[in-house]
Write a protein that binds this ligand. Structure first.
Ligand code: ACO
Length: 380
């Protein structure tokens, strides 16, 4: 007993559990020193240009890429799951009225409502197939909810998913009401594949903690969006466009960025908790952005060079580079995603990885119950 107590309270771990392995996973891994990541052994940057998001989702879910009949069946399954339960559709205007369209907080609330509407119950009290289908349904509904909330906030009726379109094209069509051009869909597909998972990141850990108590998958997935929404995690994406907007012109980049750092503020789209070299997602998104071209891309490139130089001049303990968020906005803008929806497009992609992680957690569950070293006043 005494030893157990010692074990529970004795070891002081790095703040934020930095670098501490808290579980085993076969879903995805990030090698921050060498600068690569993979989904179940496959490099996402090598498949992003040709694979659909459904392919990456299948890979994360089942552990391998689909063959052509599996691809079609999985795409049909996802498409069918994009149909909104009527009770959720009825609740959506009230949820849309809670806050600004495109805020991850409103999406988190809608995803939580989706979990309730789908009848999600503690996974310990229902069969595994039901739980798995609920995960697929919530993930498939996330773009539907995002687009519907956006349109409702504009006084427009939601657009239903079409059975003729894939996941990425459907998202764009449900936003604009028009069938998107193939090159726009492809740009979105690259982003979605790259952002589908990323190791044991903050939000993945958070959802695994939630589901480890037996809580339903709606609770875990809405909790994951809550964790992702923080500016130090996925909330940086919509702060990069406003940073580019505020800088305005290449001649102002250096002064603007120096001023921000002098005030102790962070440069959005730079730095990473794990990468100590180039972020491979940033490398591919930069390449896609260059192909798109334009003034915004040219400005972003100056911002990248300057930000990396300034950050590494000031702190030399480890290398800091631009991260996935820097060019994501440019690529999403080209695809036809409105700026207000950049933030919510991240969890749409990440649902694929989150659900694979929930499956893994449930398959070999033990409730997370860590300890903290108590430093308050002793028992009186
Ligand atoms: N701007 C300014 N200073 C920075 C930045 C940055 N972008 N990144 C790191 N630093 C400096 C800070 O001085 C910080 O020290 P402090 O905590 O005393 O202020 C120090 O470096 C921390 O360095 P790291 O150990 O390399 O980074 P950490 O793991 O603490 O944080 C994080 C990583 C949160 C991503 C950070 O780099 C950051 O805030 N970046 C800006 C926000 C952003 O772009 N987030 C998206 C990340 S990608 C994703 O989650 C999908």
């Amino acid at each position: 007993m005494a030893q157990a107590t010692m074990q529970r309270t004795g070891a002081v771990l790095p703040r934020g559990l930095d670098g501490v392995a808290v579980a085993e996973t076969a879903v995805s891994d990030v090698n921050g020193t060498e600068g690569f990541y993979h989904y179940r052994g496959i490099d996402p940057t090598s498949i992003a240009r040709t694979a659909t998001f459904e392919d990456a989702w299948f890979l994360l879910h089942f552990g391998r890429l689909p063959d052509s009949s599996e691809r079609a069946a999985f795409a049909d399954r996802i498409n069918a799951a994009m149909a909104m339960p009527p009770v959720l559709r009825a609740a959506l205007p009230a949820i849309a009225a809670l806050g600004p369209a495109g805020s991850m907080d409103v999406l988190r609330t809608a995803v939580s409502a989706a979990g309730v509407a789908l009848g999600c119950r503690p996974w310990t009290e229902q069969d595994a197939a039901t739980t798995e289908q609920q995960m697929i349904s919530i993930a498939a509904l996330t773009p539907v909810l995002t687009a519907a909330l956006y349109r409702l906030a504009r006084g427009l009726p939601p657009v239903e998913a079409s059975s003729d379109l894939g996941f990425a094209a459907n998202y764009l069509a449900m936003i604009s009401g028009e069938t998107p051009a193939p090159e726009r869909v492809r740009a979105l597909e690259v982003y979605l594949v790259l952002a589908a998972d990323h190791g044991f990141c903050n939000s993945t850990f958070a959802e695994r903690v939630i589901v480890s108590s037996g809580a339903d998958v709606g609770a875990a997935l809405s909790g994951a969006i809550g964790a992702l929404s923080g500016p130090l995690h996925g909330g940086a994406i919509d702060r990069v466009p406003s940073m580019l907007e505020a800088i305005g012109d290449a001649s102002r980049v250096e002064d603007w960025m120096r001023g921000r750092l002098d005030r102790g503020e962070r440069l959005m789209g730079f730095g990473h908790a794990v990468y100590r070299t180039l972020d491979p997602r940033n490398t591919l998104l930069r390449e896609v952005a260059r192909e798109i071209g334009g003034e915004r891309v040219a400005l972003a490139q100056v911002v990248e060079r300057t930000g990396v130089r300034l950050l590494n001049e000031r702190k030399t303990d480890k290398r800091r580079e631009a991260n996935v968020e820097l060019y994501a906005g440019v690529v999403l803008d080209y695809a036809g995603v409105p700026e207000e929806l950049f933030a919510c497009t991240f969890p749409i992609a990440r649902m694929a990885g989150w659900t694979a992680n929930l499956l893994e957690q449930i398959a070999n569950n033990r409730i997370y119950r860590p300890a903290a070293r108590y430093v308050g006043p002793p028992l009186r």
